[in-house]
Design a protein around this ligand. Structure first.
Ligand code: ARG
Ligand code: ZN
Length: 897
């Protein structure tokens, strides 16, 4: 089928330049929910680099009305509208094309293209939503300037927004009005946006580095205006940070953020008009937790940073997605770390680093080991929306971070400067970015390309040898992928360039100055050695006693390190490593080892025991007042059930849960007095402060409370939690208290939590984001007095506040249960899987993107114990026969293949 714009599998190797270019586009919208008319006038020109007689424009879910070339309406024989777009025969080399079409935003439940939410109009065009608005060359390498005229009823839609600058507005007959917007920058269609409706804005005027005045706006529904301050502050901080760290200034006179409650993802970087999920905008101390505040800062930063890394320089094709996403995640991570602790406080920065690595290891490493494994720059896809993944985003950010690890902050900055000098205004590839880094630093980075083309998580195994006579210490690193999933194995061609940061610690716990063989003198106490071959030995000299190695400091590469530390060595590193990340890491390794041993015993029906020295090691961290509360909290949280299950040869969620609960109870009992003391000492009386320091106190205090709830008699915890719930002046403390009451109800019965649960609902009935928390807390609970959580979830599905159409709500109940409550979801009777299958099918009919995300909770089915595996396969097969969307089919088919 030559006119099919969407063949089943899209391959990177098939990239071809567009046959036509668009010099400018003017769009006119008559906004009506049931039938919006779009008039699209484009200046088109044949691309000299490509040859094609006819013009193929992409279009989806559109009603074609008419088309005209240079003002002359085309006869029906010259134009053909079909399922994937519009084909026009025999066009001139340069011409003006005017197309009129209609769409139905009121009935658009996919939340892609133009849609209505709470009576207002919004758009989401990335990746391929623009073709649901009008016929277009909807691909990122076609960049053009946009002029947009919006017309709508003035009472229902008083605010009319689009990208760029407002150049004209006024009234029209019949109570309508219009606004005309012009974006001076060329952009691809995926960055187009419009918003229309009853909205109000928090406004601020600032001056940027060059002295120009800018208007900043955060647009929300009127009742949410009291929750916009933090987003505005985050935006201002982002603007300042990008100027300081990268010399990048805001290029528009006006920058707008708009919040919408129905949104598939987190947020979208449309030029000058960022559209956000309300979850990443709205916050005040009553409604948002410290985590929410941090997430808002990160996402506001992320979208703002896209203005340069994504918008000024964009992607040539969607295989290059990590070019903008990996780079922009790296930038937002650095921004958040700087906001935590400034550029130099390594201990404070480590808190952010640990959070990020936790997500990477728990979720991206799993993705890399499953049927959806793909390189940072994928080779093929069926549905591009399925590739907005942890690999493209988080592993992509690690790949970018490695340039900075190799070249330092200054070298990285030189690479960024060259990248913008070469490519501003262009649509480019990951290779272009790598070449800019290489050329700016005088390095050959050909081997580094493998980080973009090879899937799977590399393993680095470490052997060490000390020779007392010559005072030499050798470290042998060898790299490989272990037993990779077939999807990953195909891509693995050779060794990677791995920047491996290492330190050596003496018997007193001090860093040893490092001198590599051949060097004249010692130089620093952490060295980044570069592993480029399959195996290499690095020899340190002048090492006066057998040292303890601190490996992969600050997680300098996204790899798994294999080294046989003894428990005592891990406890020593936990107490002494000068690298805060590796201090935390040592505790996690220790805990993981103990917990996996416990899980094995649980599987075999053997009695569970927990090593006293491990308890002692954790106790020392807990009571070490030289460590920040935030760090202590991170160190005392045991590895998650999902991470532990992933480490087993065959994942057994029930055994993991039994093991982790046993360990929590053991730590609760052994350290009861410490937890009580911590709870008192870290109370934060008085006014709420959203600072990282105050958040650290709250985190540690609430962890103490959670451990106390694990005691056989949780009376103390219940009393403290009830008091905390009642007197809380912020959501962090209130939600934490409610979670503890729910946890205590696992043993003590539902009555323990019911009062607070009901109160929480009544108190926040008008705050959808808080009601999301109410659903999520119940979906992730352990079950009250033996009642399976699936029953509670099914009851909540019938709650009047539940809706499948709102992605946040669906995520809060369904995804929380299917993806964040493994022990209950993987119930032996398969009840969780049956529920999952029903919900995937129901969502598939409404919103394929959200359905596809849910589908992924079963993709790792082959990794589970045989009984579960069988039931999961049945559920997947049932779904395979019922779903319709390309999105869900790609996931199910890859999972079953
Ligand atoms: N570019 C957006 C971001 O900042 C994500 C948009 C993805 N949307 C989608 N439907 N795939 O990360
Ligand atoms: Zn992004």
């Amino acid at each position: 089928m030559s006119d099919t714009v969407n063949p089943a599998v899209i391959r990177r190797a098939d990239y071809a330049a567009p046959a036509f270019l668009i010099d400018s586009v003017s769009l006119e919208f008559d906004l009506v929910p049931e039938r919006t008319i779009v008039t699209n006038t484009m200046r088109l020109r044949r691309n000299p680099d490509a040859a094609a007689a006819r013009l193929e424009l992409m279009g989806e879910a559109l009603e074609f009305v008419s088309a005209a070339i240079d003002g002359k309406t085309l006869p029906a024989s010259a134009v053909r509208a079909h399922e994937h777009g519009l084909t026009i025969e025999d066009v001139p080399d340069a011409f003006t094309l005017t197309i009129e079409s209609a769409c139905n935003p009121g009935a658009n439940t996919t939340l892609s293209g133009l849609y209505v939410s709470s009576g207002n109009f919004f758009t989401q065009c990335e990746a391929e939503g623009f073709r649901r608005i009008t016929y277009f060359l909807d691909r990122p390498d076609v960049m053009t300037t946009f002029t947009v005229t919006l017309r709508a009823d003035k009472t229902a839609y008083p605010v009319l927004l689009s990208n760029g600058n407002l150049i004209e507005q006024g009234d029209l007959p019949d109570g309508r009005h219009f606004a005309k917007w012009e974006d001076p920058f060329k952009k691809p269609s995926y960055l187009f946006a419009l918003v229309a409706g009853k909205l109000v804005a928090l406004e601020e005027r600032i001056r940027t580095g060059s002295g120009k005045e800018k208007l900043l706006q955060v647009w929300v529904e009127p009742h949410d205006l009291d929750k916009t301050r933090h987003a505005m502050d985050s935006l201002i901080n982002s603007i300042r940070w990008d100027e300081e760290r990268f010399g990048l200034e805001l290029d528009l006179d006006r920058f707008m953020i708009v919040a919408v409650s129905d949104f598939n993802m987190g947020a979208m970087e449309n030029k000058g008009l960022n559209i956000f999920n309300t979850k990443y905008v709205l916050a005040n101390q009553e409604t948002a937790t410290d985590t929410d505040f941090g997430n808002i800062e990160a996402v506001v930063g992320h979208e703002y940073f896209h203005n340069w890394t994504g918008n000024r320089v964009t992607c040539r094709d969607w295989f290059q997605l990590s070019l903008k996403e990996g780079l922009t995640v790296f930038r937002d991570q650095e921004f958040s770390a700087d906001m935590q602790g400034g550029a130099t406080d390594e201990a404070a920065r480590a808190v952010k680093r640990i959070d990020d690595v936790r997500v990477l290891r728990q979720m991206q490493f799993a993705e890399d080991a499953g049927p959806m494994a793909h390189p940072v720059r994928p080779e093929s896809y069926v549905e591009i929306n399925n590739f907005y993944t942890l690999t493209v985003y988080e592993k992509g950010a690690e790949v970018v971070r490695m340039y900075q690890t190799l070249f330092g902050r200054d070298g990285f900055r030189r690479g960024m400067d060259l990248y913008f000098k070469r490519h501003d205004g262009q649509a480019v590839t990951c290779d272009d970015f790598r070449n800019a880094m290489a050329d700016a630093n005088g390095r050959d980075l050909a081997q580094f390309e493998r980080w973009y083309s090879q899937a799977g998580t590399p393993r680095v195994s470490v052997r060490t040898a000390y020779d007392a006579a010559s005072q030499r210490y050798s470290v042998t690193l060898s790299q490989g992928y272990g037993e990779a999933a077939p999807a990953a194995r195909e891509t693995q061609k050779g060794p990677l360039l791995i920047p491996f940061a290492i330190g050596l610690i003496d018997r007193a716990g001090r860093d040893i100055p490092l001198r590599l063989e051949g060097e004249a003198a010692a130089n620093g106490t952490t060295r980044v050695i570069e592993l480029t071959e399959q195996e290499q030995t690095f020899t340190f000299v002048d090492v006066k006693e057998p040292p303890l190695p601190s490996l992969l400091r600050n997680f300098s590469a996204p790899v798994i390190v294999e080294y046989d530390y003894t428990n005592d060595e891990l406890a020593f590193l936990l107490a002494h490593d000068s690298d805060p990340f590796n201090r935390w890491e040592a505790g996690q390794r220790l805990a993981t080892r103990e917990l996996l041993a416990l899980a094995a015993r649980a599987q075999a029906g053997e009695p569970l025991t927990f090593d006293d020295s491990t308890v002692a090691a954790f106790s020392r961290v807990l009571t070490d007042e030289t460590l920040s509360p935030a760090f202590r909290e991170l160190a005392l949280v045991l590895p998650s059930e999902a991470y532990l299950a992933e480490q087993m040869a065959e994942a057994d969620p029930a055994a993991v849960h039994a093991a982790r609960q046993f360990a929590r109870k053991r730590l609760a009992r052994a350290l009861k007095n410490e937890w009580l003391a911590i709870y008192e000492r870290h109370a934060t009386p008085g006014a709420y402060e959203p600072t990282p320091q105050a958040a650290g106190h709250r985190a540690l205090k609430n962890l103490a409370l959670a451990y106390l709830a694990e005691l056989d008699d949780p009376a103390d915890a219940v009393r403290l939690a009830n008091a905390q719930y009642e007197h809380a002046n912020n959501m962090t403390d209130r939600a934490a208290a409610l979670a503890v009451l729910l946890a205590a109800s696992a043993a003590a019965g539902a009555g323990v939590a019911q009062g607070a649960l009901d109160d929480f609902y009544r108190r926040f009935e008008q705050e959808p984001l808080v009601i999301d928390k109410w659903f999520a807390l119940q979906a992730t609970q352990r079950g009250s007095a033996g009642r399976p959580v699936i029953e509670i979830v099914r009851t909540l599905m019938a709650h009047p506040a539940f809706s499948l159409r709102n992605p946040n709500r669906a995520r809060s109940l369904i995804f929380s249960f299917c993806a964040a409550n493994p022990a209950q979801f993987h119930a032996a009777d398969g009840s969780g899987y049956a529920f999952w299958a029903e919900q995937v099918v129901a969502l598939d009919a409404l919103n394929p993107q959200v359905a596809a995300r849910l589908t992924r909770s079963l993709e790792m089915w082959r990794r589970y114990t045989p009984a579960l595996r069988e039931r999961m396969r049945e559920a997947l097969e049932r779904v395979a026969t019922q779903v319709k969307s390309r999105d869900v089919r790609e996931i199910v088919e890859k999972a079953l293949a």
